[in-house]
Design a protein around this ligand. Structure first.
Ligand code: SF4
Length: 370
């Protein structure tokens, strides 16, 4: 599903963060600079989160303008910021170079700070209950656009902009707008930079990075072969093909058996427990029989290989998809627990702002077309 805007939009300008180490060396030597300048730039960008080239005092003053223009174009620009949970959740809407909007959410917890980022503008997967799905896919984001969300959030944590004082960004989840497997190359390049130690990257442990997918099986299999201990999250939302065909149109391409087989193979290849995301929708997928079937399908592969995260759906205004009743949520969890499956009701941080993924961006798109 492509939105109308798709054809009109091009690629983001090339940024230092898009470059491999070799490409960065090529870029600086192409400007007549010695190779070591590439490493200095990496130290500014990844090590210190700096993009204000005028402040790079280790570079000659007359060069800084050219470096800024060539290697550090502005890729994301803040449109609005919403604060919730007493300042512990910060949701930011960003404008990209072509006017597209994406969002990221920074959530601080007692022992970690997690950033949820976007990897595509909109999403082409068309899940009917999802605000982003209604936007359609505009385009893939570049590696630089993905990494800029991480850089800004790590600076915000370091500089104490989030309630609780200065801290460290510890976790990154690809659960914002888009299907990460639909933009595999840029996402993987970003993951490698996020987990590389400074000055080659942001130094966040790969074990603290989660890639979420709606079940794009070739992407899951490719990720399993990368040798990275990142966590995989699969948005299942239903354990039967009849229901999942309706909730997640991608199921008609890769059905529940193919998706669960790939998820279990991922667990075997990486040793990382897979997260199963399950948005609880009232009267649709939240009844006892749904929980029982889910438990049976997961237990078919053995014990202790998954963790289920039922998420109370944050409904889109005016839609027929609504959140489950609390008693149905509790029963759903109880059935999973009795079947020996690890499951935790995921907290809905930021639900008092605009909770469902893409909802804020969807709202802004609406108002911009008025
Ligand atoms: S639920 Fe996820 S995969 Fe489905 S349309 Fe929304 S963003 Fe895309």
């Amino acid at each position: 599903m492509l939105s109308h805007a798709h054809a009109a939009r091009g690629k983001a300008p090339r940024h230092f963060a898009d470059m491999t180490d070799d490409e960065a060396v090529e870029a600086v030597t192409g400007m007549g600079l010695p190779r070591f300048r590439a490493r200095q730039l990496a130290s500014h960008y990844y090590g210190h989160g700096d993009v204000d080239v005028e402040s790079f005092t280790d570079f000659p003053r007359d060069l800084r303008g050219r470096i800024a223009e060539t290697l550090f174009p502005v890729l994301i620009d803040e449109v609005t910021r919403q604060i919730a949970d007493e300042g512990m959740t910060v949701k930011t809407l960003w404008r990209l170079f072509d006017g597209s909007r994406i969002e990221s959410v920074l959530m601080r917890y007692p022992r970690r700070a997690t950033l949820c980022i976007s990897s595509q503008v909109g999403c082409g997967m068309g899940c009917p209950f999802c605000a982003t799905g209604h936007l359609g896919l505009t385009r893939n984001m570049s590696t630089g656009e993905i990494l800029e969300q991480v850089r800004v959030a790590s600076c915000a944590m370091r500089d104490g902009e989030v309630a609780g004082g200065p801290g460290r960004l510890s976790n990154v989840v690809f659960m914002g707008m888009g299907e990460p497997m639909g933009n595999y190359r840029s996402v993987l390049a970003a993951v490698r930079r996020i987990c590389a130690p400074a000055p080659g990257g942001f130094g966040i442990s790969a074990r603290n990075i989660t890639i979420s997918t709606v079940g794009v099986v070739p992407g899951i299999r490719k990720l399993a072969s990368e040798g990275l201990p990142v966590r995989l999250a699969v948005s299942l939302h239903a354990a039967s093909d009849v229901l999942r065909d309706e909730l997640v149109p991608m199921n008609r391409r890769f059905d529940t058996t193919q998706v669960l087989d790939a998820a279990h193979d991922y667990y075997e290849a990486t040793g990382r427990r897979v997260s199963i995301e399950y948005a609880l929708m009232r009267g649709i997928n939240d009844q006892a029989e749904h929980a029982t079937l889910l438990a049976k399908r997961l237990n078919h592969y053995g014990d202790d290989w998954v963790h289920v995260n039922p998420i109370p759906l944050n409904p889109i205004e005016g839609s027929r998809w609504t959140a489950s009743k609390p008693e149905d949520e509790r029963r759903f969890l109880d059935i999973l627990h009795h079947a020996g499956i690890a499951a935790t009701l995921r907290d809905t941080r930021g639900s008092d702002i605009d909770g469902a993924c893409g909802q804020l961006a969807a709202k802004m798109e609406d108002s911009s077309t008025l």
